[in-house]
Design a protein around this ligand. Structure first.
Ligand code: SF4
Length: 449
């Protein structure tokens, strides 16, 4: 049986695409082996969101070539889409296919196995208007299923290379999303994470059908317990969206809303579609509509020209918003983006210092958010044995409001909806006491009184 090994860098969309590409190999009778093993084909799904992404992608490609020089080395993903010639120049690379045409991948691999002629199959993504349907009936992971609903982005924020690697916004047909959701529920998944490059942009290219409509249709699927949105822009949270988020217990009380900067001058130069006042107003309304909602965010530090005053005013602004967690990134210059051509590129040391300050703030916010839930009862879906305490009868999983909770229990709890009382909280995880397993499922023997 021929074998294939995968290595994926980057975001949830990339991980979804890799799962979909695995289906193509599986249908052709391939077995999947670990990337550290010898394989007939290596598929590297690359990322280009930062310079580090490019560098790491090249390292992994070279590692695959060394592992088996006779294998077919195939490279896909965002770095492949933006820099195919650079990748084709790496000795041993056989196939570069960008962020589209993956359904043609198997025929390229077969041709290369026959004639060993390297292929650069990258096409201009900016002309693409159709969403590439790549189905994933099940995932390696057992509890949360990623469901890709959208591709590309129309925003062109000045620091971001993604629209050039993923193209303009394209939505998956609603019935195709709903069919896959039903399939995933039938395979035992209780939680679905809606993912895309610009998830909130779902429906930009559809007639009178937006993300709020899709959420309402997904809500009707029996057996689906949780619907989580991977990320949504503040500019896409309107009354209709808030109403649907508030209408069903299935909607996770967790929203990841990228802020990127807490200063209006910087937001303007980033070409973000809101001011700090507008962003704060949306967050306030969400807290009113969904008490206890966890709002997490992304922040870029050290954008070209960011003064100490602008950083400090941003810091105070974020402090007021009481996020549940902030993902903090140092600005990374991306060739081809407007921000890369801006003057006043920041010194790496200054960036590092500011990143450190915001991470500290985020940890205080995480601890404060966790403390709010001590003593309260929440549902947790255990995903795995708790890291670092394998075999000690501890499992960990997430609540709908994205608290990671460790509780007593064994593998038999994985994937089940468990009612838990939060007994203690920390920065990255809480402790919980199992009260019951939902829907009449029996408690594991070890936990029966
Ligand atoms: S919204 Fe902005 S940051 Fe996000 S993918 Fe689009 S261009 Fe990039």
């Amino acid at each position: 049986m021929p074998s294939v090994a995968f290595y994926t860098l980057g975001c949830k969309v990339n991980f979804y695409d890799t799962e979909a590409i695995w289906q193509l190999f599986k249908n052709q009778g391939y077995e999947q082996v670990d990337f550290e093993q010898t394989a007939d084909v290596y598929l590297i799904n690359t990322c280009t969101v930062t310079n580090t992404g490019d560098k790491k992608s090249r390292q992994i490609i070279r590692r695959a070539v060394r592992r088996n020089p006779d294998a077919v080395i195939a490279v896909t993903g965002c770095y492949a889409q933006t820099s195919p010639a650079e990748i084709m120049a790496i000795p041993g690379v056989d196939l570069v296919i960008g962020t589209q045409d993956r359904e043609k991948l198997m025929s390229f691999v077969t041709d290369i196995q026959n004639d060993r002629k390297p292929v650069n199959a990258v096409r201009n993504i900016m002309k693409t208007r159709e969403f590439e349907e790549l189905d994933v009936p099940d995932f390696a992971e057992r509890t949360r299923a990623f469901l890709k609903i959208q591709e590309g982005c129309n925003n062109f924020c000045t620091f971001c290379i993604i629209p050039w690697s993923r193209g303009l916004s394209r939505s998956r047909k609603p019935e195709s999303v709903l069919n896959q959701a039903r399939q995933l529920v039938a395979s035992g998944y209780k939680e679905i994470v809606l993912t895309g490059i610009h998830t909130g942009g779902y429906g930009d290219d559809l007639e009178n059908y937006r993300l709020a409509n899709l959420l309402s249709d997904l809500d009707k699927i029996d057996g689906l317990e949780r619907i989580r949105i991977s990320s949504i822009e503040a500019s896409q949270i309107d009354d209709e969206m808030i109403a649907i988020l508030n209408s069903s217990p299935k909607m996770c009380r967790h929203l990841h809303i990228p802020l990127q900067a807490g200063n209006d001058e910087i937001l303007k130069r980033m070409r973000r579609k809101y001011t700090t006042a507008e962003f704060a107003e949306k967050i306030t309304r969400l807290h009113e509509a969904m008490p206890g909602v966890a709002i997490t965010t992304d922040v870029i530090v050290g954008f070209p020209g960011e003064t100490e005053e602008q950083f400090e005013s941003g810091y105070r602004f974020m402090e007021q918003l009481k996020f549940a967690e902030m993902h903090v990134f140092p600005y990374s210059k991306r060739t081809g983006t407007p921000a890369a051509r801006m003057e006043d590129q920041m010194d790496e040391e200054v960036k590092h210092e500011r990143v450190h300050k915001l991470i500290e703030l985020s940890e205080r916010m995480q601890a404060a958010y966790g403390r709010e839930w001590v003593g309260r009862v929440l549902d947790v879906i255990p995903e795995r044995e708790a890291k670092g305490s394998e075999g000690m009868g501890l499992v960990s999983g997430y609540t709908d409001n994205y608290l990671q909770v460790v509780l007593n229990g064994d593998e038999s709890l994985i994937g089940k909806l468990c009612r838990v009382r939060i007994t203690d909280s920390g920065v990255n995880e809480c402790r919980g006491e199992l009260l019951e397993v939902a829907r009449g499922e029996a408690l594991p023997v070890a936990l029966q009184a």
